[in-house]
Design a protein around this ligand. Structure first.
Ligand SMILES: *Cc1c(COP(=O)(O)O)cnc(C)c1O
Length: 389
């Protein structure tokens, strides 16, 4: 089992570490899912309780996509096949697995959309109540899906950062399980498993470059942590360069990377809602991690996002704009000479649009509120919802 120790990083964030060595790596063979790495995850012994299948996403080799980006060797890690069609499923699964072991009955998170959908679907499957906080401009179809999964959804008028603070406050005062990305170290632990899979799917080696979209930061930091752990276990000699991608309309970490002062961001100005985060929860850590790998940050326009989505779709990979941002970022990075044509690259396609499922019996509720815990409590008092089944 994972013998995890909690440390603090330079930014004051919790960071789990293990007694690294080759004995923590899985033996070759066996089913590819996230639990095969449980010696590098902080869960105890005994069978896994989380009921949904997570991890083991395909790593696709696409000469056509490589060609359209101007490189020779490209792999697409297609993270859109999980229960909620985004990479948020990994973090959700680990937080809920740990919560089930400690008897949690309510889980909360804030989200631009996808973490919330993953939490609503995962919690419903576990018989746990999900209480979700989203910015009030969250896509209506995503909010409706959460409600149909039985979640109680609060649309917070003051935006995502306020939704994040309110979810954390509710967790602290009411004892709810806190799945907030970045602050719960298990979100990184869950997300790092995608790096282990890439390593195994490449035949137990590292690519030269990995490109992924960045919102709050845990997808990138988790990926880098995964490869750092593989190195610490003696599995790879070095960590790949990591390139983070943001949308031009909302690019706080691109600015930080370039040592520019913060500027107003327009999260509603991009279709890539999953990465439209003006104040990332672990932004400083994300920039440091990119520096340590010798990587970079790039920004992509709405036109570049649309073109990337079209090209991916033409090669059979469905994506939402945030999910396609990695491929758009690859094309930009090649044009900016950040990636050479003979390097081996992996892009992470992190999500695709989810379609609405028919209304289920266990409907939740949706409220639009100001960022105030009193309002949350009075609204919750007015709903007597059975737990989702
Ligand atoms: C959340 C999300 C991201 C960014 O992940 P962070 O861990 O917040 O940086 C990228 N793509 C999609 C589809 C997402 O839902």
């Amino acid at each position: 089992m994972g013998r995890a120790t909690v440390a603090r990083n330079d930014h004051g964030d919790d960071l789990l570490t293990y007694d690294y060595g080759p004995d923590l790596l899985p033996a070759p063979g066996g089913p590819l899912d996230m639990w095969r790495y449980r010696d590098l995850l902080p869960i105890g012994t005994g069978s896994v309780r989380y009921p949904l299948a997570v991890g083991g996403s395909p790593l696709l080799c696409s000469p056509e996509l490589a060609d359209q980006a101007g490189i020779e060797r490209l792999w697409v890690k297609d993270e859109t096949h999980g229960p909620s069609a985004s990479n948020k499923d990994r973090a959700t699964a680990l937080v809920l697995e740990s919560g089930l072991r400690s008897g949690a009955s309510v889980i909360t998170t804030s989200s631009t959309g996808n973490a919330a959908i993953a939490t609503a679907i995962g919690a419903a499957a576990c018989g746990v109540r999900a209480v979700i906080f989203v910015p009030d401009d969250c896509m209506p179809s995503k909010v409706e899906l959460m409600r149909r999964c039985g979640a109680v959804v609060f649309r917070v008028r003051q935006g995502y950062r306020a939704a994040f603070e309110l979810s954390r406050q509710a967790s602290a005062e009411l004892g709810w399980l806190d799945r907030n990305t970045g602050v719960n170290p298990l979100t990184l632990e869950g997300k790092k498993t995608v790096a282990f899979e890439v390593w195994e799917q490449l035949g137990r080696r590292a690519p030269d470059v990995v490109i992924l979209p960045v919102g709050d930061g845990p997808t990138l930091v988790g990926f880098a942590k995964g490869f750092n752990e593989l190195r610490a276990c003696g599995a790879v000699p070095r960590v790949p360069r990591v390139i983070g991608v943001q949308a031009t309309a909302c690019q706080p970490l691109v600015r930080a990377w370039r040592n520019e002062p913060p500027a107003p961001e327009d999260p509603a100005g991009t279709a890539a809602d999953g990465i439209a985060v003006p104040v990332p929860s672990i932004g400083g850590w994300t920039v440091d991690e990119v520096r340590r790998t010798g990587g970079a940050f790039v920004a992509v326009s709405e036109d570049e996002l649309r073109a990337a989505g079209r090209i991916l779709a033409g090669c059979g990979v469905d994506s939402e704009p945030a999910g396609a941002a990695s491929y758009a970022g690859l094309r930009r990075a090649v044009r900016d000479s950040l990636v050479a044509s003979n390097e081996e690259v992996v892009v992470l396609v992190t999500g695709r649009e989810v379609s609405l499922t028919p209304a289920s019996a266990s409907n939740g509720a949706v409220f639009t509120i100001d960022a105030d815990l009193g309002e949350v409590l009075s609204r919750m008092g007015g709903v007597d919802l059975p737990l989702p089944t």
